[in-house]
Design a protein around this ligand. Structure first.
Ligand SMILES: [Zn+2]
Length: 298
């Protein structure tokens, strides 16, 4: 290839960009969502990605609790974050039928877009190894004629181009900004789809960054695949896997006796091991018996 940038140089560029926090989106997004702290937006993003209910710290009233699944995400996004719809009447804490209908429809739209979104975000976070989209000779021809755009098809293959295009469409083209006067001049986003907000937010926070520098991480239990904001309490596991994977029987036992004196710990550990050995033995015997029974039946 005619032009080559060394990996070290590329890394340096990425680091500099990330350190500057330079992104044309970031200013606009923080203005548009000025009431929502970034962590709350991430939580909403993760709730959508992981297919869970959003963990909101505020109590939005009984009507909010009657919303299910994606309706809650739609409500928080439309009313609390974007401010595109007035909240519930403060006397009755109820939404009008029209508002409820809008939330239901938005939830359905979120549902329709979710599978593609999940696939795209997964691609975004994982390492990418694009190939050339065309033969080397054709690539060279395009390069010399000045028609080649770096990082886009055919400089990359169609499979990767598909995802780049997805984020460009939803995060940059469908997400537009409007100025409005609400007491003060405000800049608010106008979305074509609700998923555009999540795409713009991801681009704003994670573009120009490698996975190592992103604030979100995949849960470390193999086969889980959920995304999390790593927390000190749950380490690098998601909430569900933390109790299952992190708290193995050994760890649970050690945690239980951690404040006991050393001599007592030794005795308890010995008893614990004996108990486990007996349990193993019984399981072994049971399996043998079952095998025997199967043989008889055959
Ligand atoms: Zn997990």
């Amino acid at each position: 290839m005619a032009i080559s940038v060394s990996k070290a140089r590329l890394k340096k560029i990425h680091r500099e960009l990330a350190a500057r926090g330079a992104s044309p989106l970031s200013g606009a997004l923080s203005l548009a969502t000025r009431f929502a702290p970034k962590r709350a937006l991430w939580k909403l993003f993760l709730a959508y990605f992981n297919g869970k209910e959003p963990a909101v710290e505020e109590d939005f009233g009984p009507f909010y609790r009657s919303l299910v699944g994606l309706e809650q995400i739609a409500y928080v996004l439309i009313v609390e974050v974007l401010g595109d719809m007035p909240g519930p009447d403060t006397d009755t804490w109820e939404l009008s039928d029209r508002q409820l209908r809008k939330i239901r429809e938005s939830a359905q739209e979120l549902h329709r877009h979710r599978a593609k979104f999940v696939e795209a975000v997964r691609w975004f976070c994982l390492p990418k190894n694009p190939k050339l989209g065309v033969a080397v000779s054709e690539h060279r021809r395009l390069l010399s004629s000045g028609k080649l755009e770096w990082g886009r098809y055919p400089n990359i293959d169609m499979e990767n181009e598909k995802f780049v295009r997805y984020f460009e469409q939803h995060g940059l083209k469908d997400f537009t900004l409007r100025a409005s006067l609400c007491g003060v001049v405000m800049v608010r986003p106008r979305l074509k789809h609700l998923v555009d907000f999540f795409c713009a937010f991801l681009l704003c926070e994670c573009a120009n960054k490698g996975y190592a520098m992103m604030p979100i991480k995949f849960c470390v239990r193999p086969g889980c695949g959920r995304l999390i904001l790593p927390a000190r309490r749950t380490k690098d596991y998601c909430d569900d896997c933390y109790s299952r994977a992190y708290w193995t029987p050994e760890k649970r036992f050690e945690h239980r006796i951690k404040n006991f004196p050393e001599t007592m710990k030794r005795r308890l550990r010995r008893e614990h091991e004996e108990r486990l050995a007996r349990k193993k033995m019984r399981a072994k015997k049971r399996a043998k018996k079952n095998r025997k029974k199967m043989r008889i039946h055959q």
